[in-house]
Design a protein around this ligand. Sequence first.
Ligand code: DON
Length: 304
Amino acid sequence: MIDFQRILTSINEAASKEKDRGKVADYIPELAKVDVNNFGIHLIDSKQQSYSAGSSNKPFSIQSISKVLSLSMALGLIGDEVWKRVDVEPSGDPFNHLSLLELENGIPRNPLINPGAIVIADILVSQLENPKEEFLSFVQNIANDHTIVFDLDVAKSEKRTGFRNFAAANLLKSYGNLNNDVDVVLDFYFHQCSLSMCCAQLTSTFFMFMNHGKCIRNNTFLTIPQVKRINALMLTCGFYDEAGEFAFEVGLPGKSGVGGGIVALLPNKFCVATWSPGLNPKGNSKLGMLALEKLTTETELSIF
Ligand code: DON
């Protein structure tokens, strides 16, 4: 039997001693206020046993991690129609780059980079009567936790400074790959990214991706083929131009956000979330990546 608690405790101890913790994102001013010294980790296994260390119950902005959830909702609503508007190839580019979008006629490389997630947001705005409210309750139902909320200060802050996302949405619109108003789609997208969760809530939410599409209450949200595809996208595109490095060092499908969160999972075995707000130069949590490398090395558990 693997002693997950011992491993998480030692990961947390190592993290607390780390001097070089990366840099907190500041292009969304509200995120710059977060203390770089936070660190949390939470793991839930297939039997729903939980293990944690550090600030695993402190909420943070999940940012791009939410792209996996919006994609899941869109797949549930329109199925494979999604793939007519967004591709499934890694971009090898930073999350906010737009050059490939122009070269590839307004079809984003994948749904986990910003332009791809904005197309998914457009699909949800078209499909839902009250997009923000319905998306929030979709997430709350998966997590079985109705205390999960949007952080409205973060959403407002990103709206004020989200110039690249406005550029992306306008470019998509010029190619005919955005059906709704730019402002309406981005208002949804900024709220989606502002979802606030702690590591424990993230593992409850992402449990279904290690459990064949069934959430922690055993309700089915995704089919087995959909889960296969979403996990494949997390593995190949979840860390932008560092997806190769994450697969190489950690060896799990996962997703990062500029709030410093990472969630990763091993199908049938466990789902784990880390939070350390300092980012490396590629925009992924510096200590989160180190922590997950330690976890999969010490437990000898990875998809490889
Ligand atoms: O659109 C943005 O730039 C942010 N709301 C999300 C970016 C993000 O989290 C990238 N992740 N590593």
